[in-house]
Write a protein that binds this ligand. Structure first.
Ligand code: MN
Length: 502
């Protein structure tokens, strides 16, 4: 443990005094929360300003301390970060009222991007904040637990993934999933354990065979087994008709070696020992995943007829996959750029360029310059679109959403009574896919009711489940129709009568 820096000590004293008398839902003094956030930020090797902002992150919102106080005592940067985290909290809670906190740019999405992205460290503090809140979620009422857990799965796990913080992503996913669907979680945990037990012996013999070969070639390596996380197994099972026998990477053997050339050598050795499965060799070293993940994967059939996945990577690749660039040098643009130009990283994973773009654009906007907003929109929430209400409130929806998704998102009654939609001033069919930036208005007619044909006109899980509930209530025999209600049903394009009511 290093000695606590005087500035940090001072920040802890200030925050402790400010939160004096406040308690968390766990019953502990409130200050335990910011202190835990600090610990996480330290584990992520963040710079001092970020850590100090972590200590103070809830003071402006929840105590009498002001931004001015913070700026006077800890400087502009810390105040800027605390302000960013405060704004981000507001932006997340409904994404409304952004005007109040952000300069007029005329573009709500940009406002949000500025709120979240002007300095990547804001997002990282928020991530640490959320991680600790998840770790202590047990103290909250069940309703709130589910809401926070769901939001964590939807927003914060993808964020961690984009920052390439694999370990954090997995922790967020596993913790959240336990609250969102406890039964499924336990079920899959048991299933994984059974598989593991069954495969253990055969796995060991495969591992030994590879290890012997590597020793013969004098290759230095580290080997460990990795068990697929419960949440990613859950997601994968959904893709494979719940057939666990089709999932080959529940257990994988991971070899970590010195350099890239050795990775390929080890792959060759494994293939000379066991038969590789067709189409299951993946070179994520030459072609990194979208988030920059690098590794070689191969699935082989061992001599005992066991299917085993191997993952081969260097120490650096492993470190990146687990901790992300944020862990090493990625906390501000300057450091990012210098690490890049000084050749400490050979190439920036292309997925991470969005952060730099975002920071650059936000800086330009702040100084009144024009930016290419299209480019900005691409990255931060790649699987989401943002659309507007006629009043200009931002609503975020999964990509693929249609007007009814929007309607149900506003209110389930608005959904139920929807009789039409106007997008960007034009009346549209309810099957129209919404696009980024659309202004959507829903026409409702009192006493109008949803019909089963709508199941083809909703995309989001949220709208689907609301609609289902309503259909159930008005159509007693609705459960019969349930079996055809699958996303894949979208492919069969049977012409249905339009649903518009007279
Ligand atoms: Mn907090």
């Amino acid at each position: 443990m290093t000695k606590t820096a005087p500035r940090l000590k001072q920040a802890i004293a200030v925050a402790t005094a400010a939160h004096e008398g406040q308690l968390r839902k766990t019953g502990e003094p409130y200050i335990t929360h910011p202190l835990a956030v600090v610990k996480i930020l330290q584990e992520w090797n963040m710079d001092e300003d970020t850590i100090i902002a972590g200590v103070l992150h809830d003071t402006v919102e929840d105590t009498s301390l002001t931004l001015k106080d913070i700026e006077e005592q800890f400087g502009k940067d810390v105040a800027f970060l605390v302000n960013g985290v405060t704004k981000l909290g507001k932006a997340r809670s409904g994404m409304k009222d952004l005007d109040e906190y952000l300069p007029q740019t005329g573009d709500n999405l940009l406002k949000l991007l500025i709120a979240t992205g002007q300095d990547i460290r804001v997002l990282i503090i928020k991530l640490a904040d959320r991680l600790h809140n998840l770790r202590t979620l047990g103290a909250l009422p069940p309703e709130k637990q589910k809401k926070i857990a769901r939001e964590s799965l939807e927003v914060f796990a993808p964020l961690a993934d984009r920052l390439q913080m694999g370990r954090t992503r997995v922790e967020i996913e596993e913790t959240s999933f336990k609250y969102v669907d406890p039964r499924r979680y336990e079920e899959l945990k048991k299933l994984t354990a059974e598989r593991l037990k069954k495969a253990d012996k055969k796995l060991k013999s495969a591992q030994e065979a590879v290890e012997q070969a590597l020793k013969r070639e004098h290759i230095k390596y580290k080997c460990d087994g990795r068990v697929k996380s419960i949440y990613s197994l859950h997601k994968k099972l959904a893709k494979y008709d719940q057939n666990i026998d089709r999932i080959y990477d529940i257990i994988a053997l991971r070899f970590i070696v010195e350099d890239t050339t050795t990775c390929y050598l080890v792959l060759g050795i494994i293939h000379s020992l066991f038969h590789p499965m067709d189409g299951r060799v993946k070179d994520y070293i030459a072609m990194p995943k979208q988030n920059g993940y690098q590794s070689l994967h191969t699935t082989v059939i061992t001599n005992d007829k066991q299917i085993v996945e191997f993952q081969i990577r260097t120490k650096e690749m492993h470190e990146y996959a687990e901790r992300g660039l944020a862990a090493t040098f990625f906390y501000n643009e300057q450091k990012l750029t210098s690490a890049y130009t000084e050749g400490r990283v050979s190439k920036l994973p292309s997925n991470l360029l969005w952060i730099r773009d975002l920071q650059e654009s936000a800086a330009k906007l702040a100084s009144g310059e024009k930016v290419d907003t299209e480019k900005l929109k691409l990255n931060l929430f790649a699987d989401k679109i943002f659309v507007y209400t006629p009043k200009g409130d931002i609503i975020d929806l999964p990509k693929g959403s249609m007007p009814l998704d929007f309607a149900y998102r506003l209110h389930s009654e608005i959904g139920a009574q929807c009789t039409g939609a106007i997008v960007n001033g034009k009346m549209v069919d309810l099957k129209t896919k919404l696009k980024q930036g659309d202004v959507v208005e829903i026409i409702t007619t009192k006493n109008s009711k949803p019909n089963p044909g709508w199941l083809d006109k909703v995309f989001s899980r949220h709208a689907r489940s609301k609609l289902r509930g309503q259909l159930h209530a008005i159509l007693p025999d609705f459960s019969v129709a349930k079996s055809t209600d699958k996303k894949s049903a979208h492919k069969t394009k049977a012409k249905k009568p339009t649903s518009r009511k007279k």
